[in-house]
Design a protein around this ligand. Structure first.
Ligand SMILES: [Zn+2]
Length: 199
């Protein structure tokens, strides 16, 4: 996974974007790259090793698409729709989302570490073994979802709904939770605090 081409810019060690020799910061022709990306996203159904790290994606309908081993690290999403999409081993670390729709998705082993999720909707999804550690979630719903073995360690959750969810072995340790709703969920099967150290 992930072809290891690095950016051609002198001294830049970042991984190059898909269909480019450059990272998002050193793209020589930003407009041309976005034009290619837009048509590629529209025309393709299954993406493997897609790399759009650090780019900005706005008002895109990517519903029902499949993403495997793809990199969205530091990508900024505004009003994008991933309803009914599938994600496997994808990296969203440090990404920023405003109004992203992830409803009825199948997600496994993806990383949203230190991501910002504002007004996002993950409801009705299978969110299995996912990493939301250190993320900031506001006005976001995970309701009616299976979150088996997912981790929200040291996350900040404000006005977040986990209504009618499977929370078996979900880790919320060291998280800051304000108006988080666990109604009809098995939060007794989740873990909220670090185990006591016995000396
Ligand atoms: Zn670069």
């Amino acid at each position: 996974m992930f072809p290891s081409t690095t950016c051609r810019h002198n001294g830049c060690g970042r991984i190059a974007l898909s269909n480019s020799d450059w990272c998002s910061e050193h793209l020589p022709d930003v407009e041309a790259h976005y034009a290619w990306l837009k048509s590629h996203l529209e025309a393709t159904h299954v993406f493997i090793d897609l790399d759009v790290a650090g780019l900005t994606l706005s008002d895109l309908d990517l519903s029902g698409k499949e993403f495997r081993t793809s990199r969205f690290s530091g990508t900024r999403f505004s009003n994008c729709n991933f309803a009914n999409a599938t994600f496997y081993m994808c990296f969203f670390d440090g990404s920023v989302h405003c109004g992203t729709r992830f409803t009825s998705t199948e997600m496994q082993n993806c990383v949203f570490g230190c991501a910002q999720l504002i007004k996002c909707d993950f409801s009705g999804s299978n969110i299995i073994q996912m990493n939301f550690n250190g993320s900031t979630c506001e006005q976001t719903s995970f309701s009616d979802s299976d979150l088996l073995h997912s981790r929200f360690i040291a996350s900040s959750l404000t006005d977040v709904d986990f209504v009618n969810c499977n929370l078996k072995e979900v880790l919320y340790r060291d998280s800051i939770r304000t108006r988080v709703n666990f109604k009809y969920s098995n939060d007794e099967d989740a873990h909220f605090d670090l185990p006591e150290v016995v000396r």
